[in-house]
Design a protein around this ligand. Structure first.
Ligand code: GLU
Length: 481
């Protein structure tokens, strides 16, 4: 590529950042990084009615958390700002007027009533080009008289506007199917149709990467580039991400919000990794990749033209892989807030709990439930001791619990190895199978049908004092049976 690549992410602050938006930003970022280019953040806030408070801050937060770092943006000047559209109003007016002079646009004074009269039975209308050929003098006079106006695109007649999309190939539209749409509204606000062209040009964007909803309107935007005599950028349109076979993910319906997933206990890097795979696949089909690896591998040829379905179960699995691959310290660090916020926070050795959980959860928010047994201990159903295959019944259990109490009560060193050795030796001395003792001991320690680990792991987490207290409690329950 001869020019420095410049890509941009242009979110509208109209709500939270759903996975589909973020993927667009991610691909634009990866493409820029891969090609040694620059990645720009632009805030598209001209749709004032749909603006949501706090949404701009959310964009910054999301990108920072996701590790998608931009070179230029509202808070990082690269010399082609402002990077927030509402701060660029005078530019849009200036360029709209320039386009009128160049013959690519015209003033339109049609009233609302007149336009409503053009509506068909579906309530839509195509502008009939009523003001397209007003004389210069008439326009000047009406402007001087202060008549309200909009500026419309003067779409050339009977031409075919084509371009080569990097993902979808050739896209052609007959200009006769393109309306003379509004570029500048009567309140001076630009439409998206105009602002995206002016901004992408002035910001030196070389590759426009965005959703397929813009695929077929791009020929119309290209006619604006042509009318200005500007070089067109290249385009990469991305297929949608679906919720299921028929519905797109959508921020209007609160689907798949990045920050919600983080709050639910997903690691940002796992979410980012997962969404990278929604519509793109590296040559070697690898799934777990760091940002650096994705940057290295990213290539347009791996982008699919068909939509992908957002599969939370798959993302969960991938998140679990990230958790398992962490060092013990890293896992402790990310899990500590979940342990601290659970009912057992502060009561047990949290590093031990973390060790127990690392291979047993896919997302961090599973932790509180999985360790609830540490807190909930009281009368339980003795039927849990009955295990036919292991030949355990209440009598065997009674014996096994006594064996475990005897085994551990004088232990000085409290860790997996020491407890296991002691219990095994005691089982052998009592002529019992160690499996029978371990099974009964686990029930006696927790009163739960299933736990995230066996007797020894439970004892380590509970600590000696609490383990003995529980075993004795269970011994009494069994004695009453
Ligand atoms: N603000 C537009 C959106 O959020 C961006 C489209 C584009 O990237 O050009 O859909």
């Amino acid at each position: 590529m001869d020019k420095t690549v410049r890509t941009r992410f242009a979110p509208s602050p109209t709500g939270f950042m759903h996975i589909g938006n973020l993927r667009t930003g991610l691909y634009a970022y990866l493409f820029a990084r891969k090609n040694g280019g620059k990645f720009i953040l632009r805030i598209e806030d001209t749709d004032r009615e749909r603006m949501v408070d706090g949404a701009i801050e959310m964009v910054y937060r999301t990108l920072a958390t996701a590790g998608i770092d931009y070179d230029e943006g509202p808070d990082r000047d690269g010399g082609v700002g402002p990077y927030i559209q509402s701060d660029r109003m005078s530019l849009y007016r200036e360029y709209a007027e320039k386009l009128v002079e160049l013959g690519g646009a015209y003033y339109c004074f049609c009233t609302k009533e007149r336009l409503e009269g053009l509506q068909d039975e579906n309530g839509t209308h195509t502008y009939d080009k009523h003001c397209r050929n007003l004389s210069k003098e008439e326009v000047a006079a009406r402007l001087a008289a202060g008549e309200p106006y909009v500026i419309r695109q003067k779409v050339p007649e009977h031409v075919v506007s084509s371009y080569e999309d990097m993902v979808f190939g050739e896209i052609s539209v007959s200009s006769d199917d393109i309306e003379d749409g509004i570029l500048l509204k009567s309140d001076g606000m630009p439409t998206y149709n105009f602002a995206n062209v002016v901004d992408d040009h002035l910001m030196g964007i070389t590759h426009v990467i965005r959703g397929t909803e813009y695929l077929s309107s791009t020929p119309k935007y290209n006619l604006i580039y042509d009318a200005f005599g500007w070089e067109r950028p290249r385009y990469m349109h991305l297929p949608p991400i679906m919720k299921d076979a028929t519905r797109k993910l959508s921020k209007r319906f609160g689907d798949a919000n990045f920050e919600d997933f983080v709050a639910k206990g997903y690691l940002p890097q796992a979410i980012v990794n997962y969404i990278a795979l929604l519509g793109w696949c590296p040559k070697d089909n690898r799934e777990k990749m760091t940002m650096e690896e994705m940057t290295e591998e990213f290539d347009v040829s791996g982008i699919s033209t068909s939509s992908s379905i957002f599969d939370e179960a798959k993302m969960r699995w991938l998140n679990g892989e990230y958790l398992k691959a962490m060092t013990e310290e890293e896992f402790y660090k990310v899990s500590a807030p979940y342990i601290a916020a659970s009912k057992v926070g502060g009561k047990y050795d949290e590093a031990e709990i973390a060790r127990l959980m690392q291979t047993r959860v896919d997302i961090l928010s599973e932790i509180p439930d999985k360790i609830a047994f540490l807190d909930d201990f009281g009368e339980y159903d003795l039927g849990m001791y009955v295990h036919q295959k292991m030949k355990v019944d209440l009598n065997v259990a009674k014996q096994a619990v006594k064996v475990s109490i005897d085994a551990i009560k004088d232990l000085d060193v409290w860790n997996e190895e020491s407890i296991k050795d002691a219990v095994k030796a005691a089982a052998e001395a009592a002529g019992m199978k160690s499996g029978q003792v371990m099974f009964s001991m686990r029930v006696a320690l927790t009163g739960q049908p299933s736990t995230p680990g066996g007797a020894i792991e439970m004892a380590v987490v509970l600590g000696k004092e609490e383990s003995l207290r529980r075993l004795e409690f269970s011994q009494e329950m069994l004695a009453r049976a």
